[in-house]
Design a binder for this molecule. Structure first.
Ligand code: FES
Length: 86
């Protein structure tokens, strides 16, 4: 299982598949992360991905800035650990 690190917050957890998105995982760890639509369209939830790769099971219509990912609708891609600059 990939490990997910929220670097600025100093929090990490294993991705065990019990959350719908990286945003939900962060919230379950007590983080206050930006969001609005939670549907992949507004880009309010975007954060910089420092390491690893994510995928979008349901797709997304909003386009994050280069190097950023939409946390509300993404999950780790494969087994590589994820580091988020949040
Ligand atoms: S909260 Fe709107 S795109 Fe993620």
């Amino acid at each position: 299982m990939p490990k997910v690190t929220f670097q600025k917050s100093g929090v990490e957890a294993e991705w065990d598949g019990s959350h719908e998105s990286l945003l939900e995982l962060g919230e379950s760890l007590g983080l206050s992360l930006d969001f609005s639509c939670r549907m992949g369209s507004c880009t309010a939830c975007q954060q910089t991905l420092l390491s690893g790769d994510v995928e979008y099971p349901e797709g997304h219509t909003g386009e994050p800035d280069p190097g950023n990912q939409l946390l509300c609708c993404s999950i780790p891609a494969g087994a590589a650990d994820i580091v988020i600059d949040a």
